[in-house]
Design a protein around this ligand. Sequence first.
Ligand code: ATP
Ligand code: MG
Length: 455
Amino acid sequence: MIRVMATVLIVDDEDFMRDSLGAILSKAGHGVVAARDGLAAEKKLDERSFDCVITDLKMPRMDGLELLKRVRARGQTPVIVVTAHGTIDTAIEAMKAGAADFVQKPFGAEEILARLDKALGLARLQREAANLRELASEQRPMIGGESSVMRELKAAIERMAQSDATVLIAGESGTGKEVTARAIHAASPRRQMPFVAVNCAALSAGLLESELFGHEKGAFTGAERQRKGRFELAEGGTLLLDEVSEIDPGLQAKLLRVLQERVFERVGSSEPVVANVRVIATTNRDLAEHIRAGKFREDLYFRLNVLPLKLPALRERREEILPLARHFLERHARKLGRVAPRLSPDGEAALKAYRWPGNVRELENTLERLCVLESGQDLNAGVLERYLSVGGGGATAGGFAGYAPGVVPSLEDVERDLMAYALKTLGGDKNLVAEKLGITTKTLRAKIRKWKLQG
Ligand SMILES: Nc1ncnc2c1ncn2[C@@H]1O[C@H](COP(=O)(O)OP(=O)(O)OP(=O)(O)O)[C@@H](O)[C@H]1O
Ligand SMILES: [Mg+2]
């Protein structure tokens, strides 16, 4: 059997037991942390995550059964229960409460090591199964609703789900356009049917055409057999045309025809195929600009834009940042089989003040990295600073601002970013900041409180 090295929390009120079990595990190459009762163990669990907990049952202050329940409530860490008073009843009770295994004292080194390996292997399988389930269902819940824009968006999704009209979702990269498209499909009467996505920017015009409409055998060199396109694969369901602005003009005409007449032909065929497909398109470009530049057909735009939906940038709905952050911390920690690190109040403020040019995707990626690299520690402003590419609130390495071209921020955004930048640059000297910005320190303090800036 391959032995997996683990970090184990040993909980027992007898010094001798803690020491001898600790010695057995260390000798086998495992990391060991010890605690003398349930309460002490909980403290250790707050500090870091463990791969397994081995606990005695009878202990002062908090016994093993209570500890077991609390560990289970926290997450997936397996718990092996050890007791000298091994009656059948306590064993059953412990297993019911979710113990991974039950070992009776006295036990030999080989026995406890084998039980530990078994528990670790099982925990890993459970974790993998949970990850697979999540991947397979792609049922990532859509988080949000603290801000009025998100509440409106969710209501719009519900309404749009009841119609078959084409939806055009616009928004900066990473704002959740695909998540929204999936949510519309999932709330629609088509939910049992396929959801199929095509990235229009990823393929050349020729390949995209056969990808969308399919082709007959021999339609072009390399077409060795008939192939169904995405329109046919999505039959009865929803087709997502991702980054629709990138479709080649020639193909735009064909797409327009499907949207108008609901029929198309496979490449190399003249036989019409009827498409019963609800189309959703996304764009992170300004389509009006594309139309003016002659790169996008206006008639196609009107066909796509029957139900327009605009996803706001994350910095335009800052109330959503913390709920999303906590959700991502939980999710990625669970994936790794760890306890989610906690955000300290100044860490939360740093997340809220940051500009998030990459929107929700950047937030998720940042928190995933934090889960991997900083587990077992409180995430404070100092830790976060190292992960946020542009220093808090729009202060770039080069100087103030750093808004992307074409982005017009609100005055309040600029004001907050400027204050965060000034505070950082001037080392938090409020008198100096107020003087430079031409405001009173009283006003400055009020805004620092309002935006939870690092004063
Ligand atoms: N409201 C939300 N709740 C939970 N997760 C979200 C939410 N919005 C976005 N995400 C997550 O953020 C990431 C980016 O979302 P998505 O792929 O939908 O963005 P996009 O707008 O399509 O981006 P792009 O323009 O780059 O394709 C995904 O991992 C998604 O799961
Ligand atoms: Mg996308």
